[in-house]
Ligand binder design. Structure first.
Ligand code: F6P
Length: 521
């Protein structure tokens, strides 16, 4: 078991000593602490100087990573080996952003021609929709695009479209519907014109109940207005791995953009699932997003562990989780344009690493993925930061800032970044009893760790880097915890129960919450 290894136990002993130290003291002891505990690469800075960690901590963490063959597992992932063992699948979202000249083989087949053929089709289709060459059934250009999907088939493209909204250069409105709550679809359709609306049905499996129900309602809406089944061909396209189900739904496979089962749902925004990004922002920007992610892939593959951003971020997360006793992680983008980032990250991290058995199915006896939460600053400061500063639990924070604003306005951006710096400073230094005028209510314990990620700017390239940075962080942690980060069996249970409850509610009275709902709705 991982926590019985000498590398783990060395970290436990070291943690006991470190708990008696103060981050501010580490700064006092090392005038070059910022230089020594930060890393700049290709327009991103990772400052990890405000963790309760010293050179010895990092040395022991790298040793833990090596003893769990992190580099070997990383190479297996990039090479297309079937590391998703419970589903016997490769894990190849990295191939989606790799150059066409590279070779990545799954089941004896080089997947790169398929990846780039699909990209070319996405380019042609999104260009046609944006230019008005692709028209609806009655010959009118498309004005509204509605993506219907949930989880990974929604959160990634929704977040990217929102983050890159300043780059939009077309009049087409792109909306996202995910929830089975009928209000979600109703709102998206409220002012949409069936003649000029294109639906993208995004579902890896094309079996997800919420997505198929919303897609059917959208089809009914369209046909009620246009009255001709052949209209579906001009108003519906599908992003999926399941051609049979797409066909059964009534979408011509000519309008289907495929991807493969080696793309996990929460890793799929780089695949055909990125089509709404191409329509909203143009294919060239989608390509820049892929390029940014690819640059981070190369960094992750090529840099030694002690100069490797995802590795360092992951190891310090693990340090806080397993050795400093943190159950949660606050992720705090000081960028309003990243307001959907944490929702995307919650699925990425919690669906990947919220596991309690190891790769062999044995229960783990240490903490795995933390609870991830957060909101953009400064909004969060006026909501939940109080607990970060004075609550009894230590919650590590990851701040994400952007150096150059997309919309400079007086000194607003300077104020924003000053607040971000002040928060990590306050978490670290706290406020003692004396400074608090002997008022215990004002005391902040301090010594609370944080890291800061600073992007030069929030454009497609840097966003691609940031997302890939977190994907690899999650990968590193999963490998060290010895879990399979690429399945999600826990989600299946609720899906099955929902179907049972629906059937029961239709067929018989249920003396429970479901019965109450049935009687009263
Ligand atoms: O919530 C579970 C899940 O399987 C996610 O992993 C996935 O992103 C989501 O459902 C949607 O699945 P699909 O793209 O197959 O509709």
């Amino acid at each position: 078991m991982l926590n019985e290894t000498p590398e783990w136990q060395a970290l436990e002993a070291h943690a006991a000593a470190m708990k008696g130290r103060h981050i501010a003291g580490l700064f006092a002891a090392d005038p070059k602490r910022f230089e020594n505990f930060s890393l700049a690469h290709d327009g991103i800075l990772l400052d990890y100087s405000r963790h309760l960690a010293d050179a010895e901590t990092m040395k022991l963490l790298f040793a833990l990573a090596r003893s769990n063959d992190l580099e070997g597992w990383r190479d297996k992932m990039f090479a297309g080996r079937k590391i998703n063992s419970t589903e016997n699948r490769a894990v190849l979202h990295t191939a989606l952003r790799a150059p066409e000249s590279s070779t990545v083989t799954v089941d004896d087949e080089n997947v790169m021609p398929f990846v780039h053929d699909t990209l070319r089709r996405m380019e042609q289709f999104s260009d046609a929709v944006r230019s008005g060459t692709w028209t609806g059934h009655s010959g009118k250009a498309i004005k509204t695009v509605i993506n219907i999907g949930i989880g990974g088939s929604d959160l990634g493209p929704r977040m990217v479209c929102d983050a890159l909204k300043w780059d939009r250069d077309s009049d087409i409105t792109v909306r996202f519907v995910s929830n089975i709550d009928p209000c979600d679809l109703a709102l998206a359709l409220a002012d949409a014109d069936p003649e000029t609306t294109l639906f993208i049905i995004a579902s890896k499996t094309f079996t997800t109940q919420e997505t198929l129900a919303n897609a059917q309602a959208a089809k009914d809406w369209l046909l009620a207005a246009l009255g001709d089944e052949t209209a579906v061909a001009k108003h519906f396209c599908a992003l999926s791995t399941n051609e049979q189900a797409v066909r059964a739904f009534g979408i011509d496979p000519a309008n289907m953009f495929p991807f493969k089962d080696w793309v996990g749902g929460r890793y799929s925004l780089w695949s055909a699932i990125g089509l709404p990004i191409c329509i909203a922002n143009g294919f060239a920007r989608f390509r820049r997003l892929l390029d940014g992610a690819q640059a981070m892939d190369r960094h992750f593959q090529d840099e030694p562990l002690d100069r490797n951003m995802p590795v360092i971020l992951a190891l310090l997360g693990l340090w806080c989780r397993n050795f400093m006793g943190a159950d949660a992680l606050a992720v705090l983008p000081y960028a309003q344009d990243l307001k959907l980032f944490v929702s995307w990250l919650q699925q990425l991290d919690m669906e990947s690493n919220g596991k309690s058995v190891d790769r062999d199915g044995a229960p783990v006896s240490y903490g795995t993925g933390p609870v991830i939460f957060g909101q953009p600053g400064t909004n969060g400061q006026h909501a939940f930061h109080q607990q970060l500063h004075q609550g009894p639990a230590m919650i590590p924070c990851e701040f994400i800032g952007v150096l150059h604003s997309r919309k400079p306005q007086d000194n607003h951006h300077d104020i924003l970044l000053a607040h971000m710096a002040a928060q990590s400073q306050a978490l670290m230094q706290g406020r003692g009893l004396e400074q608090s005028g002997d008022n215990p209510h004002r005391v902040c314990p301090g010594n609370r760790p944080s890291a800061t990620i600073l992007l030069d700017r929030l454009d497609a390239y840097h966003l691609g880097q940031l997302l890939a940075l977190y994907e690899h962080k999650v990968f590193v942690q999963g490998i060290i915890w010895g879990i399979n980060s690429f399945d999600q069996w826990g989600v299946e249970l609720g899906k099955a129960l929902a179907s049972d409850i629906l059937l029961n509610a239709k067929n018989s009275a249920v003396h429970s919450l479901t019965g109450y709902i049935r009687e009263n709705s």
